[in-house]
Design a protein around this ligand. Sequence first.
Ligand SMILES: Cc1ncc(COP(=O)(O)O)c(C=O)c1O
Length: 463
Amino acid sequence: MHKAVARLRGMSTKHLVDTDRLADLFRREQHVFIDANPESKRLAEEATRSLVGGVPMNWMSRWPGPFPLFGRSARGSRIVDADGHEYIDLCLGDTGAMPGHAPPATVKTVGDAAASGLTTMLPSEDSIAVGDELRRRFGLPAWQFALTATDANRFAIRLARWLTGRPKILVFNWCYHGTVDESFAILDGDRVVSRPGNVGPPVDPAQTTRVVEFNDVEGLRAALAHRDVAAVLAEPALTNIGIVLPEPGFHDVLRQATRSTDTLLIIDETHTICAGPGGYTAANDLDPDLLTIGKSIAGGVPAAAFGMTIELAERAATVLDAKEGDESGVGGTLAGNPLSAAAMRATLENCLREEDFAITIPLAARWADGVQEAIGEFEAPWSVQQLGSRAEYWFSPPPRTGGEAAARANEELDAFFHLYALNRGVLLTPFHNMALMAPTTSEADVDRHTEIFRSATLEVLGR
Ligand SMILES: Cc1ncc(COP(=O)(O)O)c(C=O)c1O
């Protein structure tokens, strides 16, 4: 950490940033946005005719302007919007486009595969190659496919409950694993409660879920000692409340505590594949019972997968192959379709490989160094975290737990920095301040972001 930042730990951003100045700057940026994007504005108005909130999926209204940009095309690390502006895209479809938009091998394969039939309910040869490749990358020997990471997690949870005969799932405070009911639970003091914004929970999540803070070794051991948890569902580092890294030894304790209580361990690599070709799991020799992944593995074509040990696969086969297997709650009509399988095969054979991470991880380090340097220059008590090809800045020192991370969020500053960057041609992920590098990202792209971050900081601090 930069010395100046370390010295200022504990100093509140509130004392550093004049809120009136911030509100004025945000208003100014909103006007810039509206003036620059007449076609997106027109489309946004038209969309309200038939789309709830004017968007086909509610997260799309999370972008920082008064209306979302409408996309026209995306290739490599560039997005072009409806008004013809070209952006450096550091959001990359919130990980779905981690290999870069429209990776050529995936696009060509999808075209050919589509012409040969989109879905058949028959396994395809490509699915074998994908299973073999997932096995090679993540170390788990037996795989099933899904269409979204949410579904992969739901299916893994169902199997875990069936395999253990236990009712509960343990998750870490402020995790995100997709629209999985069991995971929309947080801690309120010692109590498990529904996460704010959880729409229509089927039951009180306290009935289905135990929650502990990430990195809380004692809390984890105590929660598992009840021996009613079927599985811990964990990202190996939290990425969805900002990046919260595991402390040294935390994963050893997690594995040891799950084993000693006969609890299964499901590692969700959907975002943390940013750590390398086999995700955080392979990079750090983790040994989960089940592993889930989605989003990036088919280059943006809907596809996901979950893997397991041979022992679990043999036991799972007794229900999955049973006469009622199609009503087991595991699987789906389009899961494993030949188009997704072909897209996964082409993507895994040509993208997200060692040689790709040899480009993207140093780019993320450059991004983090650039931001850290600007932070140090202004002696702001802010910080930067990096995990493989992903990096993120915080308007606070780095949090140790999800609870700390949630408490330190600064929505006003986030919105201003996002909009400021967007108005200057750089897209960040609209949730917290995350940037993801693709092999198509250049050093010049990274440096452009640093320049923008520095000038936004200058303005916000009134220097
Ligand atoms: C770690 C993790 N798991 C699962 C999901 C769910 O992915 P999807 O929305 O594609 O189902 C997400 C989505 O952000 C995620 O970050």
